[in-house]
Design a protein around this ligand. Structure first.
Ligand code: PHE
Length: 363
């Protein structure tokens, strides 16, 4: 059996596991996660995986380990509350079994809140593909041919992905098929290009969605995250309106006492461009690790849409102007929920996920 088959076999066994007594639950744990357990054996086998495949198998094995842990917790909870098998008497004093109701993921809660703030001031919601072509992700947005973001270091090219025939779920026909310059979108600005190409101003839209960048995974960076980007194109749109809109957003999201400041910055698709800071909600401005003791935290990038981008998208820059902005949902969530480690959002540990309810949102 190769590694894939071994993982699948253990996955199936985890999914099918039953245990009605604490002893059986413990046997499941030892059999899977103990020193000689099946999951532990597979994790050991990871050492033999060639370096270039480590990322894929590492993720897969982590999922397996989590699945075993989650199943173990479930079996444990069930064994604790299940009636003793042999007892024929009904114990009416026994507390009722509680159903686990599940909850929205914190990123979903925060994304929806961001969308609501903009929907209330007339923005529509646009979506686009996560596998994007060079034109929509880079070209139309004025990225020069040698821009570093187009580098493999920063962008996941689909061509690169399908050459590894070991990647689960990728068919060999996709490998043979020349996928061209397709990439996983690095931002949802690509959706705004699609909206501009497909419609006439006035355009007022936000594009929430998942984006991908080729970053090493750590507490502060991840290879996938979520953005909400916004675009407003009309006659006579000004920078003052951009600032007013973002101020309104920050106050709606974080409270009326919040202030923003704009720092000059650079993006290929906006001119002028700015980075938006907000006073740190975690320490109230007195200085902490999140704001690196400056009292300010960066929450998004923004700027006036570069006339060249409007032209690329079939909009006359002599008639229309526009502004755009983009923020990371994980970043906003961090400032609200104070989650210190980005990896927690992807681990699907119910002990983490259970802490977030829509009602507990403090905005
Ligand atoms: N697309 C930028 C990013 O992903 C964010 C941005 C959007 C900046 C719109 C300015 C204007 O980082």
């Amino acid at each position: 059996m190769n590694l894939k088959e071994r993982i699948e076999a253990v996955e199936a066994e985890i999914a099918a596991a039953v245990a009605t007594s604490p002893e059986a639950v413990e046997a499941f744990r030892v059999g899977m996660l103990g020193r000689n357990g099946k999951v532990t054996a597979l994790l050991d086998a990871f050492k033999e995986v060639p370096a270039e495949e480590k990322r894929v198998w590492g993720q897969r094995l982590n999922q397996l380990k989590n699945a075993a842990r989650v199943r173990w917790e479930e079996l444990k909870a069930h064994a604790e509350t299940a009636p003793a098998e042999k007892s024929s008497e009904v114990d009416l004093t026994r507390p009722a079994l509680t159903e686990h109701t599940g909850s929205l993921h914190p990123i979903s809660i925060v994304r929806q809140r961001i969308v609501d703030v903009f929907a209330r001031i007339g923005y529509t919601v646009s979506q686009g593909p996560e596998v994007e072509d060079d034109h929509h992700n880079f070209g139309a947005l004025n990225f020069p041919a040698d821009h570093p973001a187009r580098d493999m270091q920063d962008t996941f090219f689909v061509q690169d992905l399908v050459t590894s025939s070991e990647v689960p779920g990728v068919s060999s026909s996709a490998v043979e098929n020349d996928a061209g310059a397709l990439a996983l979108r690095t931002h949802t600005s690509s959706v705004q290009v699609r909206v501009m190409e497909g419609g006439e101003p006035p355009i007022r839209t936000i594009s929430p969605g998942r984006v991908y960048r080729n970053e090493a995974i750590s507490a502060r960076a991840h290879c996938m995250f979520h953005q909400v980007e916004g675009l407003y194109v009309d006659k006579g749109v000004s920078f003052a309106e951009l600032k007013g809109t973002l101020d309104h957003f920050a106050k709606s999201m974080f409270g009326p006492e919040v202030k923003i400041r704009l720092r000059p910055s650079y993006f290929p698709f906006t001119e002028p461009s700015a980075e938006v800071d907000m006073n740190c909600t975690i320490c109230g401005g007195s200085g902490c690790a999140v704001c690196k003791h400056s009292g300010w935290v960066e929450i998004m990038g923004c700027g006036m849409v570069d006339p060249a981008v409007l032209t690329n998208c079939g909009i006359d820059p002599e008639v229309y102007s526009g502004f755009a902005f983009g923020m990371g949902v994980e970043r906003v969530a961090q400032l609200i929920y104070r989650v210190p480690d980005l990896r927690l959002y992807w681990e699907n540990d119910v002990r983490f996920l259970d802490q977030f309810t829509v009602g507990a949102f403090r905005g």
